[in-house]
Design a protein around this ligand. Structure first.
Ligand code: LLP
Length: 434
């Protein structure tokens, strides 16, 4: 469930008409629903209540300070992948001691900063990384809390670019090698083996892969827990959301495995996973990003031109792949709806909604039946709260979009549109060119 709905023919976010926001702040504009963020966090938190647990929101999915503050206020911890993300969490008022630090390439500087901030755990992805963390901790006369990321080699039936749980990719340590690595790590004096972690991929819309992965690693986790007095087991993130309402009625899509029968919900996830985890007696960590932020955000855009060429109807909008890259990058589906429903509705027109960037990959949909729109109308790209703004760039010297947070009937700008001169602020025309 989310808080974007039509009332009086206008798309609203909670109690605010999005058309008002588009006119007031201009477009492209990201809009987030505070209630959806907390609601999704709480649904997961409630479903996991039977076990001692901590939900660590994956900052990479949406790192706006206001979004992080909403989640910190709800009691969330954070999954971070860089010193920059840790600084954001701190700037937003989050607690570093409730942060887990993931990623395959942590630098010495990042490790030092995270150690000083006393993060809960470094989730390590290789033996050289464990050695590096040990070395930095020794230099600082500290003991670093670590967990090893197990790669369970489970096929998660998701898009090739976001699957992580098989041996075909760079993530984690192969299941078969984990025990020996813990044994060697236990001899490193400046490491504290605090937990075990896994993550099998992103946008997984069925419970089976999670269940398979947990079942596979459980005996190993049990063994490691006894041997090294571990505190936690992180089951990672990856819980999928519905992007395409047609999905629920069985239309095949790349993220939809033929085996999928049930759409994953916090309740169905907990029902399958908790009975496995409860006997373990460890604190359970989760690192959901998209599940919390995905359906909590939309991207608003203005129609600039409608262009017909041959058989095609191109709707050229002022947002582009630099604002939301998911369709170009993953062939991802985002629902597109006009902010104002026109009287009578009219016949749907098969349309390509495209941005102004000079790349044929700059599209949001192809040949999709959409209501007829014209110059000056506004559209919303739905489910854009995760991996939307955070993946934006300034390609074509297009400023980063503005972001707004809505709470009931209240709204506020939570990031100003980037002034165009800021794009080249750090650049120099060197002396020899003068
Ligand atoms: N934990 C780890 C170790 C991860 O690598 C990720 C995501 C997460 C948690 C959070 O996953 P989530 O719950 O959001 O699925 N840009 C892509 C998604 C990349 C995900 C990377 N890792 C997209 O737009 O679909």
């Amino acid at each position: 469930m989310h808080d974007f709905h039509f009332a009086d023919g206008q798309l609203h976010c909670e109690g605010v008409a999005l058309n008002t926001l588009a006119k007031k702040f201009g477009t492209p504009l990201y809009v987030y629903s505070q209630h959806t963020l907390t609601d999704h966090f709480q649904k997961l938190d409630t479903a996991m209540a039977p076990v001692d647990h901590l939900i660590c929101f994956a900052v990479k999915s949406n790192s706006n300070l206001a979004v992080l503050r909403v989640l910190a206020n709800a009691g969330s911890g954070f999954d971070i992948v860089s010193a920059g993300e840790l600084q954001r969490v701190i700037a937003a008022g989050g607690n570093p001691r409730q942060c887990v630090f993931a990623g395959v390439g942590k630098t010495e500087k990042e490790i030092e900063f995270a150690l000083r901030q006393q993060v809960y755990s470094f989730n390590c992805e290789s033996e050289p990384e464990l050695l590096r963390i040990n070395r930095v901790a020794a230099r600082l006369k500290k003991v670093a809390p670590v967990a090893v990321r197990i790669n369970p080699n489970i096929e998660a039936h998701t898009h090739a670019k976001i699957t992580t749980g098989t041996y075909e990719n760079k993530f984690g340590i192969a299941f078969e090698q984990v025990e020996a690595i813990y044994a060697r790590a236990s001899r490193l004096k400046n490491l504290h083996l605090r937990g075990v972690q896994m993550h099998i991929g992103s946008q997984i819309t069925e419970t089976t892969p999670f269940e398979q992965a947990v079942k596979k690693v459980l005996p190993l986790v049990q063994k490691l827990k006894t041997k090294y007095a571990l505190e936690f087991f992180s089951v990672g993130g990856g819980l999928g959301i519905i992007y395409d309402p047609m999905l629920a009625s069985g239309r095949p899509a790349w993220w939809h495995s033929p085996a999928a029968k049930n759409i994953l919900t916090p309740a169905s996830y907990a029902a399958r996973i908790l009975p496995l985890l409860q006997p373990l007696g460890l604190k359970i960590l989760m690192e959901p990003g998209r599940f919390i932020s995905g359906n909590a955000g939309v991207l608003l855009t203005r129609v600039e031109f409608v262009k017909r060429t041959g058989k095609k109807n191109f709707v050229i909008v002022d947002a582009a792949m630099n604002d939301l890259i998911r369709p170009a990058f993953y062939d991802a589906h985002h629902e597109i709806v006009p902010l104002v429903k026109k009287a009578g509705g009219g016949k749907a027109v098969a349309s390509d909604v495209v941005g102004p960037i000079c790349e044929s990959g700059d599209y949001f949909c192809k040949d999709r039946p959409l209501p007829k729109v014209g110059e000056g109308d506004h559209l919303a790209l739905l489910s854009a709260g995760a991996y939307g703004f955070v993946m934006a760039s300034t390609y074509n010297t297009r400023p980063l979009a503005a972001e707004v947070l809505v709470n009931g009937k209240k709204f506020a700008l939570v990031r100003e549109r980037q002034p165009v001169k800021d794009i080249w602020a750090g650049e120099k025309v060197v002396a020899w060119l003068k």
